[in-house]
Design a protein around this ligand. Structure first.
Ligand code: KG4
Ligand code: ZN
Length: 332
């Protein structure tokens, strides 16, 4: 069965075809990065308009690359929450139109749930329970996943998301948008100990994050003459290490506190090379299994939407054509 996935919640217009929940036939991603780099961030109205101009071509290309036509589709899955409302509306309108015209089940997917499901594209046989760290531009959360669609939130950020911490720090350092990618690249030649930066612990058993203090510390240190000789790669590596340290420490703590032996990574920040290597080392040392989707499935994409939709369909969770879009809604 072929499910078409559609993702337009922020600044990627994406469509994918997933066969039988496991065979990714296509995953087309039209990025708006160049457009938003000019403004140093996403302008919602600009993003919506760009989705409108791209969506039909992106869907057509996803079908073509999958070697199928509209008539071969078994269902349409779409991200309807959370995200930029105008942007979400474009994908949801396209999905509703196809569902209506082709008489297909419509499957509404929570964007964060989809990020988690990117792991099932890597390993469709993941055994529950698992701990999943979701770190993206708008979210930093640790979930206990007990079964399909069964989530318990163990920790979340009290202020900025991890991706936001990367992006805001990058902006202070004068690095191009999107900041996380720039910091990742520059850090490879940097010394992570060059600038001492805080790691908010929030108590010995806390699974929450706080990144706003880090942003302030970066701002203050960057203005401090004592650090004026620090090179850009050293700055980048120091910022990255502080964020990665917090993410790894809390994720490992969650696995220990809940007695779970398998860790999943998800969200755009999971594409970070240092987060991957540090999490790998920490999991190896603790005897935990780790699954990480490839970078293209960590950042926003429609394959993960189709995958989450596949499991909705299996559970009989079908949505109606009166489906709404929501700017913010917690997964649990
Ligand atoms: O999941 P995503 O594509 O979109 C949201 O749902 O937010 O995540 C985007 C975030 C941005 O903050 C971006 O800077 C960050 O993920 N990101 C990275 C890397 N690639 C993307 N952060 C660190 N290192 C990377 N390689
Ligand atoms: Zn995302």
């Amino acid at each position: 069965m072929d499910i078409l996935g559609i993702e337009t919640s922020c600044d990627e217009t994406s469509a994918a075809v997933l066969r039988d929940g496991r065979e990714l036939r296509s995953n087309i991603i039209a990025s708006q990065i160049d457009l938003h780099a000019k403004t140093g961030g996403v302008v919602p109205e600009v993003a919506s308009r760009q989705h409108v101009t791209q969506i039909n071509a992106v869907i057509a290309e996803a079908l073509e690359q999958a070697g199928i036509g509209f008539g071969d589709l078994a269902a349409v899955a779409v991200a309807n929450r959370p995200g930029l409302l105008g942007a979400l509306l474009v994908g949801v309108s396209a999905a509703k139109t196809l569902a209506y015209a082709l008489r297909l089940p419509l499957l509404a997917v929570h964007h964060i749930e989809a990020h988690i499901y990117a792991n099932w594209l890597v390993d469709p046989n993941i055994a529950f329970p698992v701990i999943c760290l979701v770190a993206s531009g708008g979210h930093s959360e640790i979930f206990l996943v007990r079964g399909h669609g069964d989530y318990q939130i163990l920790g979340r950020t009290r202020d900025d998301a991890a991706g936001e911490a990367f992006d805001k720090s990058a902006r202070i350092l004068g690095l191009p948008y999107p900041g996380g990618v720039s910091i990742d690249k520059l850090s490879r030649e940097g010394n992570p100990k060059a600038v001492p930066l805080p790691r908010a612990q929030l108590g010995p058993d806390s699974l929450d994050f706080s990144f706003s203090g880090l942003k302030t510390a970066v701002l203050n240190a960057h203005r401090d003459p004592a650090y004026s000789a620090v090179s850009l790669p050293d700055w980048a590596a120091s910022v990255q290490e502080a964020i990665v340290d917090a993410l790894v420490t809390k994720t490992l703590r969650a696995a220990r506190l809940y007695g779970v032996s398998h860790v999943l990574l998800a969200g755009g920040v999971a594409a970070n090379s240092r987060l991957q290597s540090a999490m790998r080392d920490a999991c190896d040392a603790a005897g935990l299994r780790l699954t990480v989707p490839p970078p293209r499935l960590c950042t926003d994409n429609a394959a993960m939407i189709a995958c989450a939709g596949f499991y909705h369909n299996q559970a009989g969770k079908i949505d109606g054509l009166d489906l709404d879009t929501l700017a913010s809604e917690r997964l649990v």
